[in-house]
Design a protein around this ligand. Sequence first.
Ligand SMILES: [Cu+2]
Length: 200
Amino acid sequence: MSALDPAGPRAQNLATLWWIMLAGSAVLFVLVMGLLALSYIRPEWLSRLSAAQWIVGGGLVLPLPILILLTGTALVLGEQLLPRGAAPISVEAHAERWAWRFGYPGSDLTDDGTLHIPAGEPVDVMVTTADVIHSFWVPRLGGKIDAIPGRRNVIRLEADAPGIYWGICAEYCGPGHDSMMFRVEAHPMAEYRRLREGAS
Ligand SMILES: [Cu+2]
């Protein structure tokens, strides 16, 4: 159930971003630790710089390129996750302490405890809640989104291949929170159509 084991393009974006963030923070860490080590090993090198030069160098020149790169990557990759335009298929996920219920607009397919989606196709999940704030997260298929009382939030997911994926509530919501997991089943498209149409 790891976000670092993506099974779709949206989760892949997030995993890529995770690795870039890790690399960026590692570079900054090594640079700062290098300077710290130099201050012990070769203090005379560092004392050649004035206080103003340190502030400009350490506070702007060192972090800015890396932070610009990280922010830019996050904006570009994050932008691609937004549910732009209408996805051909939408499903509903309704949170209630401490379980998820699923619905399929335009279909009589009823909730059987599993969220059914097609594989290879973006799906919009309309996330709502009956009580407190919860958060809908299927780590291998996409990002997470909060379920907020009185609101209907949308998150777009996509699975590359048919299979079983697991989801979890990612916002602490009370004593039953840790068991608020759910199952997502991605079906081949033809099978999915039969499932939704066959039920209506
Ligand atoms: Cu929860």
